[in-house]
Design a protein. Sequence first.
Length: 447
Amino acid sequence: MTATLAPVGPAASGQPWTCPFCPLLCDGFTLDASRPALVDSACPTAAAALAHFGAAPLAATALVDGQVVDAEQALAAAADILAASRQPLFAGLATDVAGMRALYRLANDCGAILDHVRGDALMHSTRALQDRGVFYTTLAEIRNRADLVLCLGTNPAAHYPEFFRRCAPAADATQGREIVFLGARAATEAVGLEGCTTEEIPLAGDLFDTVALLAARLAGRRVGEVPAVPAVLEALVARMQAARYTVIVWESASLPAHGALIAEGIQRLVNTLNRSTRAAAFCCGGGDGGYTANQVLTWLSGLPLRSGVHARGLVHEPLRYATDRLLADAAVDALLWVSSFGLELVPPAIALPRVVLGHPGLGARLAQREGKDEGQREGQDGGQGTTVFIPVSTPGIGSAGHLFRADGGVVVPLAPIHDDPLPTVAEVAAALCARLARRRAIAGGAQ
């Protein structure tokens, strides 16, 4: 896919604005750009994220090992790191569509492995998709059609505060809705929603046991006495079979180890229900541009995250190419870390050369943490690798952009709230590509 997405103009104060700080990408609120703050929402996720920005662009400078440098010096130092690396890792990857497209081109230039900071959670749903296939739904489908919403092991509003508002029954809905929290406390945001009832049901064992029991009973199979099926679960099975449209909501980040098995089990429940009625799943996850990174990499390469571009071709390793594992095994020799949405995603303290593309305030936080973690970074080889920090614009704040929403197939445009002099991730990645290309041309001419 090579088509360019339509450009997006600035959002005026008091006009609807799309929030980029969670994968719901809420676009129905207005923004007071003078603070900045949402006017008609108390979403704590948005409020916390917006607190890191001002009404005017933030001043920021590039750094090399904590020393202020100009943009050209920073790009030169970053290109030096990538050119010298035999196996770089591109991680974090908290960026938008254009940023990820440019990073993939850069990965091709230097043979990088790509993993997102939310990679562990993303792999639960990705591996289920690869092994079993999935039935997913959208926020609009839930709003307009679902009469039974089963929140399995999660309260979605805990991490996605506007979830129940986004998919609340339409004002002219003619059917009621049951919201069942299985293995989770009922969300206060769901209690009292017009046309909805809420109920809490405990798990029968753990999530693995509960999903297996539901799958067996939905398929009409008898279950032995150990473990016995609680009557409340039997009643839930009957309600799922009688519902016109059941939606099973789950959260990938809340799953335990081997959570892909639970993700597959959820799809088995949906598949069984679809033989006689209608059902689908909705996975809450993909924050910090995670869904976007996975979607873009898949359409460009044919493979999802945790894939590497190597001389022998593309390789996908959902376990071996996890960031933590690659760093622990010393399997990479350089790190490019991308965190354009906020200050929380600080790169790991490692004794490797690092290129950090981040929120303007990340440079100071990085320098502060480096002082505390100096001993840790001096680790395996007795010395610290160079750290290059390049401040970048945040999509939806200082620059336009596009992100994939949590329901997967919807690309939402982001309008900036002010003009930012900082480069975007895409622009920095393109500049690095150009520098590496010049180096190759010079090296080729010298031969």
